[in-house]
Design a protein around this ligand. Structure first.
Ligand code: NDP
Length: 449
């Protein structure tokens, strides 16, 4: 069941398929945006005239390079790394680096493409980009991670700069990796250029609340969606997939706002804790010990672990997919709807398949797409850049308040834009349309570049 594309958009999509063979995630991300843009082209014919959509679908620059490194036994390994500098109409390329064995060009392009619209929605001066490597950090020592990061940056540094391209973290890349990457950039360039990477440690240019920002921001967006329906998080039962950076801080904020998270997961299995996830224990296992979630049940009486379990089978009021792309299928969406789920906010990027999204929208579930709901991470990265530029450091409370305002604004923008284009309550149309309009207008203004 695939929705039709506007007749002006179908040939553009066919061209994307032809020019980017085999990059299925990228195709999916493009199609999802194009499905929203038919009415925009009718209202604003200048975008077709200037071929804005064709230009947005083609990255400004794509870098692919070899990363050789040595493990602790002295064996040599070769990985492949990518940086896709997708669109700089609104500011320097901005987007994280992902280290995961599944990474290939199609994943980085889907993430970079989404990032263009997400960054536009934040209202901050940042363009869209993304990078990563097929390197698998699981089970690697700190020394191995450091050597890999140093080797990667030895090539990547020449494309970066605080006014050019500013990477951050994503799956497999947290503060430890950003530290090694920043150290090598500083050594090679002989410049202390704080604004060249975000997600830094608090002692060396990082922003308070950056670690928490994506998870917190997703929950702020969720709260706004519920408010728009005269509901709240208080007393709601929630499930959150994943147990990484985004999942942990989504769980923390849900708890603060009166909801109860009863399940989370990793790529091996699901833990269920009807009493509510013990966040301190989860942080200890994931952030300090860097172990698997199944360890949780050994230390928490009454909780259970299901190897290869499907978290979406657990009845809940609210679901937050916070792990990875396409982790929530049409079948999962049907189960959630049948179990009475009223809201879904995507902490991860493109975690719901197109069929899943349609099922949620048709069932009237409040559905917050990742490019709006998880924009809190990149927003706080932009706030980190602001602090670096003014050599300032804000308090946690101030930064969190800025983050909350940004998420409220993004929600309002998506909500109003969906209304304006005749699709009330459809945040997918709202986010795609509002993000596109901002980037498209800037591209028209800047001429054919
Ligand atoms: P982390 O590496 O901290 O955590 C990722 C979590 O997702 C882990 O629990 C991991 O389990 C699970 N996961 C990853 N890949 C898979 C897979 N193929 N199948 C099942 N589970 C998987 O990453 P983040 O929390 O930073 O990122 C999570 C999502 O949020 C990603 O989609 C990312 O793009 C998105 N995002 C992140 C932002 C940020 O600021 N960090 C900003 C905006 C979006 P396991 O340990 O078993 O691999």
């Amino acid at each position: 069941m695939v929705a039709g594309l506007d007749e002006k958009l179908e040939p553009i999509y066919q061209d994307v398929l032809r020019r980017n063979p085999g990059e299925t995630e990228f195709h999916q991300a493009v199609r999802e945006v194009l499905e929203s843009l038919g009415p925009v082209l009718v209202r604003y014919p200048e975008f077709a005239e200037h071929k804005i959509i064709q230009r947005i679908c083609e990255p400004e620059r794509q870098i692919i390079f070899r990363v050789p490194w040595q493990d602790d036994q002295g064996h040599t390994h070769i990985n492949r790394a990518f940086r896709v500098e997708f669109n700089s109409a609104l500011g320097p390329y901005k987007g994280g680096m992902r280290f995961h064995p599944s990474v290939y060009l199609g994943i980085i392009k889907f993430l970079g493409f989404e990032q263009i619209f997400k960054n536009a929605l934040t209202g901050l001066p940042i363009g869209g980009g993304k990078g990563g490597s097929d390197f698998d950090p699981k089970g690697r020592s700190d020394a191995e991670i450091m050597r890999f990061c140093q080797s990667l940056m030895t090539e990547l540094y020449r494309y970066l700069g605080e006014h050019t391209d500013v990477p951050a973290g994503d799956i497999g890349v947290g503060q430890r990796e950003i530290g090694y990457l920043f150290g090598q950039y500083k050594r090679i360039t002989n410049r202390y250029e704080s604004g060249v990477l975000t997600g830094k440690g608090l002692d060396w240019g990082g922003s308070r609340a950056r670690t928490e920002a994506t998870g917190y921001g997703t929950v702020f967006f969720l709260e706004e969606m519920l408010k728009a329906r005269s509901k709240s998080l208080v007393g709601k039962t929630c499930v959150v997939s994943g147990s990484g950076n985004v999942a942990i801080y989504a769980i923390e904020k849900i708890r603060e706002l009166g909801g109860k998270v009863i399940a989370c997961s990793d790529s091996n299995g699901v833990i269920l804790d009807e009493k509510g996830i013990d966040l301190e224990l989860l942080k200890e296992i994931k952030e300090i010990e860097r172990r698997r979630v199944k360890v949780y049940v050994e230390r928490r009486p009454g909780s259970t672990y299901v190897e290869d379990g499907v978290i979406w089978d657990i009845p809940c009021d609210v679901a937050l997919p916070c792990a990875t792309q396409n982790e929530l299928t049409g079948k999962d969406a049907r189960t959630l709807v049948a179990n009475g789920c009223i809201a879904v906010a995507e902490g991860a990027n493109m975690p719901t398949t197109p069929e899943g999204v349609r099922i949620f929208l048709d069932a009237g579930v409040a559905f917050g797409p990742g490019k709006a709901a998880n924009a809190g991470g990149v927003s706080t990265s932009a706030l980190e850049m602001q602090q670096n530029a003014s050599r300032d450091s804000w308090s946690f409370e101030h930064t969190e308040e800025r983050l909350r305002e940004i998420m409220v604004n993004i929600h309002r923008t998506c909500y109003e834009t969906a209304d304006e284009f005749g699709q009330p309550g459809n945040y997918v149309v709202g986010a795609n349309t509002a993000g596109f309009l901002k980037v498209g207008r800037a591209m028209v203004a800047m001429g054919l570049i």
